[in-house]
Design a protein around this ligand. Sequence first.
Ligand SMILES: [Zn+2]
Length: 225
Amino acid sequence: MNTTSQGSTTLTVGDRDDAVSRLRHYFGKCDCSSPDSGAEFETIGHPWDKKSKVNTVSPGDLVALATLTSPVPGPAAVWMLNKRNLKKTEKLLKKLPVKAKIGTKSGTKLLKDGGPAAKLWDHWSQAPGFGPVSVSKLLARKRGKLVPAYGSVVAEQMEVSNPHEHWAAMQALFTDGRRDLWTTAKQWRRAAGVNSLVSPLRVIDVVLWSRGTVPDGPPCATDKA
Ligand SMILES: [Zn+2]
């Protein structure tokens, strides 16, 4: 696989076959294993973009984090669902349109320092035992097209050391004029037969995570079903 390192990432569009086989494996579209629990990240409890839930945090949203191996500790769940904290969450979520996309002009505004996403970040960071990885994953569940999920594996793949750098690096990937990564990720998603509830941003996240955890590719990679 030709993965020339370029700045913050080793991701190249030419890696289509590799990406598609990784997506198929992760989302259980191959015969070799059951899907990763993260295959339910977008759908557990309710679809992430369910209209009545987009501007609040539901128990389903909190359970979704467990599918990405970041289960929400009890005290953090209590904090999140506390009436007063939830009210502030709802106020802040309303400032982040659910359709907002990373790599667009409006997306960049929403993700900037001191912007609406950063404010939500600061608010949720007050929940006890709820660290940056959890905060980023909850933001990714609530605004799947805008905020990338941060974790150690993806951080290593992106060559970043904190969520702030991660947002910047992901934005750079999606605004790189040499390609249209959003469209590419959509094509990979379609080729892998993955539900369109999984955003192109998450498609990239899954591919990077898979590359970090199974560098040689999933066991089914040679089995072109
Ligand atoms: Zn497989």
